[in-house]
Write a protein that binds this ligand. Structure first.
Ligand SMILES: CC(C)(COP(=O)(O)OP(=O)(O)OC[C@H]1O[C@@H](n2cnc3c(N)ncnc32)[C@H](O)[C@@H]1OP(=O)(O)O)[C@@H](O)C(=O)NCCC(=O)NCCS
Length: 342
């Protein structure tokens, strides 16, 4: 497809020259716009492009001028649940902005979404605020394309080298005293069979229990098969997924869980995934217990990782309090923008 100067084409994984340029562009934009935030490593980008999708298809395009890649786009098409949704990411080289390239690439994503009968496109943007060091380009762009803000998120990170282990020990001991009748179990995924059903149930609750603002995320039925598919997919993308659960001894119920993952080729940052306590088992500090235990599991599996990053809705006071107690500190703000397709 040719649009004036910008030529948009699907990224062919066997076109090595273009793939190299795509990786270099992603690195340049990430260094320029997302320094200190977690960004996908080259290995994660490559494996994400190649791995057979099971729940979420990732389509990649590059935008080139005179044969040089200056921009790229990723569409995420949710195929297992929330099939009305598409996710979008667009990146433009800092020297090539305000030329309309991102508008064209986002247009390509929206066209694809329409062809697949998606009705909503969502995209995450860093949010500028006083002292954030984030410029207003991305949110200015989002608004100009008809996207509106739906969910404000604070991104925090903990520096594992700075964490006071004796303070964590004290927190853990204090919490354990309120969690009589529960046992804490940590493992790298795949989850042992006996816990898979309980994990599926809690993963399903993530769609309804976490604050969603105006984001158009619908409830999903998460089955054991889907849990296994997610685990397979993570493995194929080179992600190490570490999980800790709290089990209610009397009933065997998985009462709480926390998951985090590390990306291939990234020895600096791990990413916090879902943390949730079943409403029937709240008030026992299980959230704190599973998070601390999982952080320790990370330290034993990947001792060189220095930071864990997490994003929480700014209104999620309880989760934020747990994170602050564990030493997480504010890094920046992000916002989910959304557009209903006509
Ligand atoms: C956001 C980003 C993709 C925009 O790329 P771009 O090619 O400069 O955007 P376009 O030229 O297509 O802009 C289209 C319109 O968006 C609006 N816009 C773009 N940048 C803007 C800014 N800094 N302030 C206000 N409006 C802006 C304008 O209406 C612009 O049209 P105009 O130039 O005719 O006024 C680019 O800044 C970028 O790569 N940022 C880092 C990655 C990122 O944050 N991506 C967003 C997550 S998906």
């Amino acid at each position: 497809m040719t649009n004036g100067q910008l030529e948009i084409s699907a990224l062919d994984p066997l076109d090595h020259d273009t793939v190299d340029q795509w990786l270099e562009l992603c690195q340049t934009v990430d260094d320029h716009d997302f320094a200190n935030f977690e960004t996908p490593s080259e290995a994660e980008l490559l494996l994400g492009h190649m791995a057979r999708p099971e729940e979420v298809r990732r389509l990649h395009w590059v935008g080139s001028v005179d044969g040089s890649v200056v921009s790229c786009a990723e569409a995420r098409l949710y195929d297992a649940d929330n099939t009305h949704l598409a996710g979008a990411t667009v990146k433009v080289h800092p020297d090539h902005r305000r030329k309309g390239y991102a508008r064209l690439l986002l247009g390509a994503i929206e066209d694809q979404a329409r062809r697949e009968e998606r009705t909503t496109v969502v995209s995450w943007f860093l949010k500028p605020y006083e002292g954030s060091g984030v410029d207003g380009h991305a949110v200015g762009f989002a608004a100009a394309q008809g996207y509106g803000p739906t969910l404000e998120t604070a991104v925090r990170r903990v520096d594992l080298l700075e964490v006071k282990e004796d303070r964590l020990d004290a927190l853990y001991r204090e919490a354990l005293a309120k969690a009589e009748g529960y046992r804490i179990v940590s493992f790298p995924d795949p989850a042992p069979d006996e816990y898979a059903e309980g994990i599926a149930y809690l993963e399903g609750r993530m769609y309804t229990d976490m604050p969603l603002g105006d984001m158009d995320l619908q409830p999903a039925e998460i089955t054991v098969e889907k849990v296994r598919a997610r685990e397979r997919q993570a493995r194929r993308r080179g992600l190490l997924s570490l999980r800790t659960i709290a089990v209610h001894e009397e009933t065997g119920t998985v009462a709480a869980m926390s998951q985090l993952e590390t990306a291939p080729g990234d020895e600096l940052i791990a990413r916090q995934g879902d943390t949730i306590a079943d409403p029937d088992h709240r008030g026992h500090r299980l959230g704190l217990l599973v998070k601390i235990a999982n952080q320790r599991q990370l330290r034993s599996y990947r001792p060189r990782i220095r930071y864990v990053h997490t994003g929480n809705a700014t209104v999620n006071d309880h989760m934020v309090a747990v994170n602050e107690a564990m030493g997480y500190r504010m890094l920046g703000m992000a916002e989910c923008y959304q557009k209903e397709l006509a």
